[in-house]
Structure formats: C-alpha cells, structure tokens
Design a protein around this ligand. Structure first.
Ligand code: HH2
Length: 299
C-alpha cells in the first residue's frame, strides 16, 4: 500500500520569510524586486582580477558578455576597474576611470538591468553615475572616501556596504576576531546608520559580510552559516563567494576555474540563509542553483 504524501507541518524546516512589505531596491533604473534572489553578474575591466582579469577590458567584448549574462538570468551587473584581490595594489582614480568608463558606456548601451560600479572612490562613483550606473558597490563601506555617502545621497543611488578587515594589500595576513559574526554585524549596523545619517534612504542600503576580505576559511564559513544575524538588521544582504580562495582551500587547493561546484554549494546555503543578491561570475549555472534553492525553501 502506498502511504499518503506527508503534509509539511510547521516543523518542516527553514522557509522563505513570511509575507510582509515586498523587499525591493529603489534605483534610478526603477524598482529592483528582491522577493527573489537576484543574480549579480561580475564584469571586471581590470588587467589583474583574480578570476576574470583581462577578459572584459575591451568594451565590445564586455558588452557582449553583459548581454549574455542578462540572457542567462543576471538581474544586475557589477562593473569593477580596480582589483581587490588579496595583495592587490591600489590604482589612481584617473586610471580606474580610464578602464571603467568605456566599458560602462558599452555595457549601459547593451543592457537595461541595473548596473553597479565596484569602487571605493566618490569621484569614480560620481563619474560612473553620470554615465548610467545605478548602484555603488563600496567594499570599504564608505570608510576610504569621506565624500562617498554624501555623493550617493545627493545622486539618490543605493550603496552596497561591505565588511573588510584591513586592506586588500594586508587583509589575509592574519585576520583576527573575538566573534566574527558579532563584529561583522555590528560594523555593518554602524556603517548603515552613518549612511542613513548622510541622507541615503533605508531602501538604498545593501549589506555584505565580505567573504574572504580579511577572513580565514573558518571565519568565511561561520559568516555564511550565521547569515541570519546580518539579515536580522533588516537590510537586503548581498553575498560574494564566487570562485573565492576559501573554496579552493576547502577543496584541496582547487584552481580558480575549478571552483564552480564549491561556489554553487555556498550560494545555495547563502540563499537558505536569506541572501537577496549573490555576486557571481558563472551566471547561467548559479541562476539554476538559485531557482532550485528557492523552490525548495518555498515548498
Ligand atoms: N568580492 C570581490 C570584489 N568586489 N564586492 C562585494 N560587495 N562583495 C564581494 O564579495 C566582492 C566585491 C572580489 O571578486 P572579483 O571582483 O572577482 O575579484 P577582484 O577583486 O580581484 O577584481
């Protein structure tokens, strides 16, 4: 005899958050709904990014990749022109703009999804906004340029606030925390409060634990495991795990190009933990990971 299917009870496991006001990001390009996790495609116009360095410096090629990423499921694209990989040297604002603007213009003409610009410099952010960028992604959370929050507030542009211990040149030397989840969460709560005090709307703030930015493998895993602590602050959370070195270390020294399954596992768990945006290089594969993760969480 076939037993009847079990009805899921309240004890059935983690679920999507209860219906409330629909989470959304207000950008100049319109409202980006966040009730489904958004796949953010990474496009680096850098010669030296750890995984796609040199691939998208040509505007025509970048625009073609951007269109393909959108066709494969990216809801937003993140354009960077200064690498933040461990050990990376800083570049001048002039050099950053020289790399970024031709690529941004070509990508802007090719796709309609919101574009974020990955920069810590207010002058670069301002020039990118003037050329059509919709979001600023600041891995320093506004600490490295005193004008960053006021520029975003004046332009009415949302900002991603990311946690980092140290600087890219030094951050992986010896990261130390007493309580990595507590410290990252309170740092981001404080930066969000300062951003709001500078005039950035609450619907214009996204928080990011900064996986791999001054974190050991264990600390990165712990932050992913306890993403709920960050989600509880009430802002959308973005997670960037794509191809990162903590995955390579967990997988016995896998190269950057061999970390897709590791990335997929980390993304699935980030979605389960409440991430609303996932920043990735492999858009098509991770789009599938997100769709299946959400279907299971919502069942
Ligand atoms: N990771 C990287 C760069 N920018 N921004 C946010 N908000 N979160 C991240 O986790 C994050 C980020 C590093 O990845 P990538 O851009 O591929 O490399 P590089 O910094 O070498 O350009």
């Amino acid at each position: 005899m076939v037993s009847p299917p079990r009805q899921p009870g309240p004890e059935a496991g983690p679920r999507l958050p209860p219906a409330g006001p629909r989470p959304a990001l207000r950008t100049r390009a319109g409202i980006l709904a966040l009730d489904r996790t958004v796949v953010v495609g990474v496009l680096n116009a850098t010669p030296d990014s750890f995984s796609d360095g040199g691939l998208h410096a040509d505007p025509g090629r970048a625009a073609a990749t951007a269109a393909e990423m959108v066709a494969k499921g990216a809801g937003m694209l993140d354009l960077g022109a200064e690498s933040t990989r461990p050990g990376a040297a800083p570049v001048s604002p002039e050099e950053e703009l020289r790399r970024l603007l031709p690529v941004l213009r070509a990508v802007r003409a090719a796709v309609r999804v919101p574009l974020s610009v990955d920069t810590t410099k207010a002058a670069v952010a301002g020039a990118a906004i003037a050329e059509g960028a919709d979001v600023v992604n600041d891995v320093s959370a506004g600490r490295w340029d005193a004008a960053m929050f006021s520029s975003c507030a004046a332009a009415g542009v949302p900002i991603v606030l990311m946690h980092m211990q140290g600087t890219p040149a030094t951050m992986q030397a010896e990261p130390r925390y007493r309580d990595v989840v507590g410290e990252v969460t309170s740092f981001l709560a404080e930066r969000a409060a300062l951003a709001r005090a500078a005039g950035i709307a609450a619907e214009g703030i996204i928080l990011d634990p900064g996986i791999g930015f001054g974190k050991t493998v264990d600390q990165s895993c712990r932050l992913l495991r306890r993403l709920d602590a960050l989600v509880a602050l009430g802002y959308p959370v973005l997670v960037g795990v794509s191809r990162k070195s903590f995955l390579g270390r967990l997988l016995g020294g896998r190269d950057v190009g061999e970390r897709l399954f590791g990335t997929a596992a980390a993304v699935a768990l980030a979605v389960a933990g409440g991430a609303k945006l996932v920043r990735v290089h492999d858009v098509a594969a991770i789009h599938d990971v997100v769709v299946v993760s959400e279907a299971v969480l919502g069942a």
